[in-house]
Design a protein around this ligand. Structure first.
Ligand SMILES: Cc1cc2nc3c(=O)[nH]c(=O)nc-3n(C[C@H](O)[C@H](O)[C@H](O)COP(=O)(O)OP(=O)(O)OC[C@H]3O[C@@H](n4cnc5c(N)ncnc54)[C@H](O)[C@@H]3O)c2cc1C
Length: 466
């Protein structure tokens, strides 16, 4: 008997889609080419990186802040193998969790490469080369993304690493050269700086974290420099020579000019990610891709071929786990005849450094560009009681509200725990709240969230604690 749905890929997009479809009564299969479920996010992305960020942050704190709070431990000593074990256990717990959820929802799974053999037909080829064909009413492509590479710079995952290699280095590099000042470069650069590396970041553009609010990024850039990271903006790495004991990167101005050589023990290539469709057989069935290799879908996640849908990193939009999950739920509901929904204006974005950056909605630059009149409410953590006692006063909350209607259009937080705090702002945008609504909502004291309320009050120039 044919299946109702075959999902190819078990990352946050794929496994969540499969579970939602099973909840809605569909007979579902998940195909995963890797040994474990969970995709990039659980195996080599969100989860291991956050485990290392958490552990390295505590290590850093123990060495710097603990004494100020009256905790004397002596100089903390790093057990890198132990920290990696902690990270691996975190990954294992999470991927096993996905396996449990698939079983619980009676979702069949196949280990192997899924290839779309025709409308309603997927061929699975296991490691040994044995293949079988599965019939289905609908197919969801959730094959995610892979690291973007730079021409002429070969990633060996030992000395020249992608994010995957940077999550498992056997020793702390004396000097780490990071190519690309995006989220992944800054997060993993932070990990290794805290563990003792000298970190140099080379960025092609004239700013870090392109696409995020300028004011936030300018301040954050200064904070990272204060922490000891070095930046070379408007620059490009053209080559990395590997013959010597240390690597030699050739760095040139972005627009061309004199090249300088920078030595490093490890080079991290973090210049973005590209959609992954290898082996899927898209050309054979005629599924169209755009010029960036992303599967083209309409508002219902349908490709140009009937019965084939796509979600997550493999389609356009921010490459984020929760965006993939939201799309997974939406497409499953649409396939079941319901009205699935993803609000792309309310997808939060977090950089898990210290302090964190979190944002949702429009940046000031986008509002200016769109000719939208807006008001700004800002509140610094130096004026927040909890931030003061926690010694976490860096940063601020900025709320952008429509000048005429007061509706919240964007929220940008630079500060400790910004990633948790942004959820309130995402809800506000999702509900079409005004800054006044946040300002009138009781926030617990003493918490960092009070800074969000104060920023909302500041939109109307009536912050209390400033
Ligand atoms: C270092 C790092 C840190 C990150 N941190 C965060 C974070 O903190 N927060 C966040 O939101 N996002 C983060 N991301 C991004 C996040 O991991 C992705 O956005 C998310 O995993 C995308 O989910 P997906 O389901 O679309 O694809 P993926 O998670 O990439 O999963 C795709 C799956 O499909 C499988 N597959 C591919 N082709 C086939 C085939 N033909 N047959 C069978 N299986 C196949 C793959 O093996 C993979 O398991 C991070 C990424 C990296 C690299």
């Amino acid at each position: 008997m044919p299946y109702d749905l075959i999902v190819i890929g078990s990352g946050p997009g794929g496994y969540v889609c499969a579970i939602r479809a099973a909840q809605l009564g569909m007979k579902v299969v998940v195909i995963e080419k890797d040994k474990t479920f969970g995709g990039t996010c659980l195996n080599v992305g969100c989860i291991p990186s956050k485990a290392l960020l958490h552990a390295s942050d505590l290590y850093d704190e123990a060495g710097h802040q603990f004494e100020r709070m009256g905790i004397r431990l002596g100089k903390p000593k790093l057990d890198l193998a132990g920290m990696m074990k902690f990270k691996d256990e975190g990954v294992e717990g999470n991927v096993k969790g996905v396996a449990f959820l698939l079983r619980k929802n009676k979702i069949e799974s196949f280990e192997g490469i899924g290839r779309i053999a025709g409308a309603g037909m997927v061929e699975v080829t296991a490691g040994g080369g044995k293949s079988e064909r599965l019939e289905t009413k609908a197919i969801v492509i959730a094959t995610g993304s892979d690291v973007a590479r730079l021409p002429g710079i070969e990633i060996d995952e030992k000395r020249i690493v992608s994010s995957t290699g940077a999550l498992s280095l056997a020793k702390v590099p004396e000097r780490l050269l990071v190519i690309g000042a995006g989220v992944i470069g800054l997060e993993l650069g932070s990990v290794w700086r805290r563990l003792g590396s000298e970190v140099i970041v080379i960025e092609f553009l004239d700013r870090i974290l392109p696409g995020m609010d300028n004011e936030v990024c300018r301040q954050f850039h200064r904070m990272l420099e204060k922490q000891g990271m070095t930046f070379q903006l408007s620059s490009k790495v053209t080559e990395v020579a590997t013959s010597g004991r240390t690597l030699r990167a050739s760095v040139a101005p972005a627009n061309g000019g004199t090249t300088q050589s920078i030595e490093a023990d490890v080079v991290l290539v973090s210049v973005g990610r590209v959609p992954y469709t290898e082996g899927l057989g898209l050309d054979g069935v005629g599924v169209k891709k755009d010029n960036k290799g992303r599967v083209i879908v309409d508002a219902r996640f349908a490709t140009n071929v009937a019965g084939i849908h796509a979600i997550g990193d493999v389609i356009a939009g921010p490459m984020l786990a929760h965006k993939a999950e939201d799309e997974g739920v939406a497409v499953a509901e649409m396939l079941a005849g319901q009205a699935g929904h993803v609000n792309y204006d309310a997808i939060p974005n977090v950089v898990y450094t210290a302090p964190e950056i979190a944002s949702v909605g429009k940046t000031e630059e986008e509002l200016k560009e769109g000719g939208i009149a807006y008001k700004v409410g800002k509140f610094p953590f130096t004026a927040n009681a909890r931030a003061k006692i926690n010694l976490e006063t860096e940063g601020f909350v900025k709320i952008l509200a429509d000048a005429h209607t007061d509706r919240v259009l964007g929220v940008h937080i630079l500060g400790a725990d910004a990633g948790n705090m942004i959820a309130e702002a995402a809800l506000a945008i999702e509900f079409g709240a005004a800054a006044e609504d946040i300002a009138r909502t009781s926030h617990p004291h003493p918490t960092l969230t009070e800074a969000v309320r104060e920023a909302a009050l500041a939109v109307d120039k009536r912050a209390i604690n400033m």
